[in-house]
Design a binder for this molecule. Structure first.
Ligand code: OSB
Ligand code: MG
Length: 385
């Protein structure tokens, strides 16, 4: 059968899951708009509210699956409008396809390779499909691909306030049980920021892991100056210190602080790219909801793991449905061993489930959602089939 979507090319589900028959009965798309507690200042824009789509699939046996599609302005190639259009086209095709087995879409052609900019829609539709299959088999979505998953994942506490709040925020997070913290730098004078990082290290002691994120703010000289100033702070890695990522190995040579790719990965569309020349590369920050396609996520994870680089899943201010998908995949990728960047829900004033996907003692649960958990009363139903 010729079946072009959803785009599972490159993903091989474990053999025992390859022949689950799937026939969709209905699909629905809701739109949510949730205000931020404080305006979210991003590099190219300031956001006051988060918007996104929630999709719900129901099959002939009554099993349901959920996914979220929330392009982030300034980071995603798609807008909400184009994402909606793509998604309705995907869902129409799925409904029209009749019965298909998971195997028929793991072997078909037409993967990320065919699209220069894989749509944010693919990931949401794939997540919903995986969630439906997982619910039908009573396993976690990550089990279908990786054959294992943990019940919880450790989270890096996100410190994004101004410099004077860093130490008190770090202290609160340590008291809350976080073992890894991530601090946003590159906003004001880098020497002052380096002192702030030294103060955080002094306060948290040697056991806590510290990650930094400069969002490509610095030229090489500024980054090296900063790196040398935090050399003794035992930084696990700094995300994207440089405006020009090609100079990253020179940054590492000069100051010995390991770095991670985030924005750079959004530019590289070929997941087979070699990272060999990037000495000092410690982690890939993976934002599947933005860079899209489960196949691409998996090949980047394999690529990272094969090279001793940490695959660190990260969120982009999605609502609870999207966060659940990310926590579940993280439970199958790094499990309890790799802290992931999912501390974004607290920036929103509300969510899409009755109780928020929370963080307890620095951990997030990977449990599945059912339609009973959803709270879409404030959402707009945009489409049903
Ligand atoms: O720069 O890492 C970023 C969220 C949206 C857009 C960009 C970024 C982020 C985060 C997510 O920082 C949280 C995290 O990675 O811990
Ligand atoms: Mg980053």
């Amino acid at each position: 059968m010729e079946f072009h979507t959803p785009n599972f090319a490159g993903i091989t589900l474990l053999p025992e899951f390859q022949d689950i028959p799937l026939e969709l009965k209905s699909t629905r798309i809701y739109k949510y708009s949730l205000p931020f507690k404080y305006p979210l200042v991003l590099k190219h824009t300031t956001l006051h509210e988060r918007e996104g789509l929630i999709i719900i699939l129901t099959d002939l046996n009554g099993h349901t699956g959920m996914g979220e599609i929330s392009p982030l302005p300034g980071f995603s190639r798609e807008t909400l409008e184009t994402a909606l259009l793509n998604t309705t086209m995907l869902l129409d095709k799925m409904i029209g396809a009749g019965e298909f087995s998971t195997h028929s879409y793991t072997v078909k052609k037409g993967g990320w390779q065919d699209s220069v900019a894989p749509a944010v829609s693919y990931f949401g539709v794939e997540a919903a499909t995986l969630s439906l299959l997982a619910n039908a088999k009573n396993v976690s979505p990550g089990d279908l691909i990786f054959g294992k998953s943990t019940a919880r994942v450790p989270i890096n506490g996100l410190i994004r306030g101004s410099l004077s709040d860093w130490v008190p925020e770090a202290e609160r997070m340590i008291n809350d049980g976080y073992k890894t913290l991530k601090v946003k730098v590159g906003r004001i004078n880098s020497i002052l920021e380096a002192r702030g990082i030294q103060d955080i290290r002094k306060m948290v002691g040697p056991e806590i892991k510290l990650r930094l994120d400069a969002n490509q703010s610095w030229d090489l000289a500024t980054a090296i100056e900063f790196g040398k100033a935090v050399e003794s702070c035992d930084i696990e890695y700094i995300e994207e210190p440089l405006t020009e990522p090609v100079d990253l190995p020179r940054f590492f040579d000069a100051c010995g602080v390991p770095f991670a790719f985030d924005e750079t990965l959004h530019e590289i569309m070929d997941p087979t790219i070699s990272f060999d020349s990037y000495t000092g590369l410690r982690a890939l920050v993976l934002k599947p909801t933005l860079t899209a396609s489960t196949a691409r996520l998996i090949s980047l994870v394999n690529q990272a793991t094969g090279n001793g680089v940490l695959p660190v899943l990260s969120s982009s201010y999605e609502s609870d449905v999207g966060l659940t998908t990310l926590a579940q995949l993280a439970g199958s990728i790094g499990g309890e061993d790799i802290a992931v960047g999912l501390d974004t829900r607290s920036a929103l004033t509300g969510g899409t489930t009755k109780s928020p996907v929370g963080i307890q003692d620095g951990w997030m649960s990977t449990r599945s959602l059912t339609t009973q958990d959803l709270d879409l009363g404030h959402c707009e139903l945009l489409y049903q089939n």
